[in-house]
Design a protein around this ligand. Structure first.
Ligand SMILES: *Cc1c(COP(=O)(O)O)cnc(C)c1O
Length: 396
């Protein structure tokens, strides 16, 4: 029944399990363990654990299971496994799948920690990684090999907001039998239909829009029942990256409002991008929902035209102008999360992407003047007024 519901209904009711008290709001089962009625029952449960049976919170917990079921319904995935953070999800999704001698093809425009996993960790265990420009399908085709086991990319990259063609890259990867793992944070589970479009495994940092109010860390991996239970779960439950019940509860409540929040944030982002486009203080306004964005046609087909909740502003005058702008903002906060109710401004070149070599920064478009702006739930006119006065200060 719940599979046929529309998204808003899935997000409010999906996966609900009630205790004997029939509570309205989902219960937090803040427990590590579960009591067995008898020694025989304990033995039976260790042989085979049923869908509503639990052994130990590292393996599963009722509150965590509610969160997994609700997000799986939204994503249209057969199954999901919740993790302690977005990085536990990314590293688990890849590490559980790979072994020494395997080859991976990855887009090079990646969140810093994702890049670290591919470049510094997997390679230490004998996995070979080829990096490509994710927007160039010829580079994906050229990089594929018979031993390519997985393909990895962020469907919308951070912080330059390049959009990658999930359908096309998945088709190329599937020709050699590679598993397509997509980090879908910037596309959001509200706008993306990554699994329908060909992705095999979808990963979210739930810390971002799923919480949406800056409270907890969390993550989730979605895919087929076979992959989640056969490949990922044994890895996660033995290596320890499971989500805590309290955080699962926070994320479950976040899912109830995510559709409303993310759509409002994307509406505001488009209005801000439109208002600031061509501003004298700006070299470029980057927003995938604008007609002049390099992959706007793809945004139309892949994301129903929705450009997401983040925009990037490239200021004239480099780092000095960007810092004057950041320091002049009165409503948005300077921080490095995104998807939050509060608008957040970040200077990637000196913070989230500081570690990257200068050449790579240039190649990825992470210029000294670039500011990433995660749009919150504030009033759009207040935000445009504040950004405009800060741009005037930046111009000096
Ligand atoms: C934040 C983020 C992550 C990591 O998530 P955490 O919850 O901070 O571990 C991974 N990928 C992308 C694209 C992100 O934005």
């Amino acid at each position: 029944m719940s599979e046929s519901w529309n998204n808003r209904t899935k997000l409010v009711h999906g996966g609900t399990r009630r205790s004997q008290y029939n509570e309205v709001s989902e219960a937090i089962f803040l427990t590590q363990g579960f009591v067995y009625d008898s020694a025989e029952q304990a033995e039976a449960r260790f042989i085979e654990t049923g869908p509503d049976e639990f052994i130990y919170a590292r393996y599963g917990n009722p509150t965590v299971a509610m969160f997994e079921e609700r997000i799986a319904l939204l994503e249209g995935a057969e199954d999901a496994f919740a993790t302690a953070s977005g990085m536990a999800a990314v590293s688990g999704a890849l590490t559980s799948l790979l072994k020494a001698g395997d080859h991976v093809v990855s887009a090079k425009a990646l969140f810093g920690s994702c890049l670290y996993i591919l470049e510094n960790i997997l390679t230490r265990y004998g996995v070979e990684v080829t990096f490509v420009d994710g927007t160039d399908l010829d580079q994906w085709r050229a990089a594929m090999r018979p031993d390519t086991k997985a393909v990895f990319f962020e469907s919308m990259s951070n912080p330059t907001l390049e959009v990658i063609d999930i359908t096309a890259v998945s088709a190329i990867a599937h020709e050699v039998g590679a598993t397509v793992v997509v980090d879908n944070v910037f596309s959001t589970p509200v706008f993306s239909k990554a699994i329908e479009q060909g992705a095999d495994v979808v990963v979210y940092s739930a810390t971002k829009h799923i919480d949406g109010q800056g409270r907890v860390l969390g993550g989730v991996v979605l895919g087929t029942m076979d992959y989640i239970r056969g490949t990922l779960e044994p890895y996660m439950k033995h290596t320890g990256g499971s989500l805590s019940p309290f955080n699962a509860w926070t994320l479950l409540k976040g899912l109830e409002t995510i559709d409303l929040r993310v759509k409002a944030q994307a509406d505001t982002a488009l209005q801000i991008a439109t208002a600031l486009q061509g501003h004298a203080a700006l070299e470029r306004t980057i927003y995938p929902g604008l007609a002049d964005h390099a992959q706007n046609a793809l945004v139309q087909s892949q994301l129903d035209g929705r450009g997401g909740t983040v925009l990037s502003l490239d200021l004239k005058g480099g780092k000095e102008a960007a810092f004057r702008f950041l320091n002049a903002l009165t409503i948005p906060v300077i921080s490095n999360n995104l998807g939050d109710a509060k608008s957040i401004a970040t200077h990637p070149a000196t913070t989230t992407h500081q570690r990257l070599a200068d050449e790579l920064k240039v190649e990825l478009g992470i210029t000294p003047g670039l500011v990433r702006f995660s749009v919150g739930l504030e009033d759009v006119d207040d935000l445009i007024a504040d950004l405009s006065q800060a741009l005037a200060v930046a111009q000096g």
